[in-house]
Design a protein around this ligand. Structure first.
Ligand SMILES: [Zn+2]
Length: 266
């Protein structure tokens, strides 16, 4: 009987304790087969790389691919060339599909009650935090407990409402309460810094434009109470790209929400 020396190691840099995404290799007869499983209710984009010896892969690495919600699929197949082989893999994943194409003609509702006004406290390319992955985010300086409304139809794919902690330091980032809504073009909207228990919608729920979805707050990485709103998609296993969206205000279409300006929701 043949003896196989198998070294299969996996390193996931992200969310070591989170098993919502699972990528595993199995030896099946003379092959190593790698399966990816996404247990989340949203698409994910994965970057997968591996180093190996005495194996022959059916695809060129690294792989960059999208897995649909609640799906498991084979992503890689390697032939065992010699009994003694090694295999070491690494992957990153991020929420959303890299293949989403934003509908640039869509005019978003300002995410607060129709007829009310809010002041922009940070616009596109804002110097405090609106760069890189957050380039086209908009902050509305609303006071804690202000009603937040959906800016566009979609399906809720993620919520967090249990945090009561926030501050002007990156270490607070993971403590932000938020709602993430997926649009029909595959892009995502995040409504962030919501107050504790300030989420009125559930994962899987369909929401309509102008539907009340939660209450603003100051949780997470923030200097004070406001709503951070952004529309984006994944670009690879770690990064995302945001879109310079347009809003409808009582005064007309807003192409570039500007710091210090006040806009009335329509
Ligand atoms: Zn912001």
């Amino acid at each position: 009987m043949k003896q196989f020396l198998i070294t299969i190691l996996f390193l996931s840099s992200l969310l070591a304790v989170d098993d919502s995404v699972n990528i595993k290799a199995k030896v099946v007869e003379k092959d190593v087969v790698v399966y990816a499983q996404n247990r989340n209710p949203f698409c994910i984009t994965v970057k997968y790389d591996a180093s190996y010896t005495n194996l022959s892969a059916d695809k060129k690495l690294p792989l960059l691919f999208v897995i649909k919600p609640f799906t498991k699929e084979e992503i890689l197949h390697l032939k065992i060339l010699k009994n003694k082989f090694s295999f070491k893999a690494h992957y990153d994943w991020t929420i959303g599909s890299k293949d989403a194409k934003h509908d640039d003609s869509y005019i978003y509702k300002l995410p607060y009650k129709t007829g009310t006004v809010q002041k922009v406290s940070q616009g596109f390319n804002g110097k405090f935090t609106h760069f890189n992955n957050s380039q086209y985010a908009v902050d509305f300086g609303m006071k804690e407990g202000t009603e937040v409304y959906a800016a566009r139809d979609g399906v809720v794919v993620k919520t967090k409402a249990d945090s009561n902690s926030g501050g002007a330091n990156r270490s607070f980032e993971k403590h932000a309460n938020e709602i993430i809504i997926e649009h029909n073009d595959g892009t995502l909207a995040s409504y962030t810094h919501l107050k504790q228990n300030g989420v009125l919608v559930k994962v899987g729920e369909k929401v309509n434009r102008a539907q009340l979805i939660g209450y603003s707050g100051k949780t997470g990485y923030t200097r004070g109470p406001h709503l951070h709103f952004i529309v984006y998609k994944a670009t690879d296993g770690k990064n995302r790209k945001s879109f310079p969206i347009k809003f409808m205000s009582a005064g007309g279409i807003v192409n570039n929400p500007t710091i210090g300006q006040v806009y009335r929701s329509h």
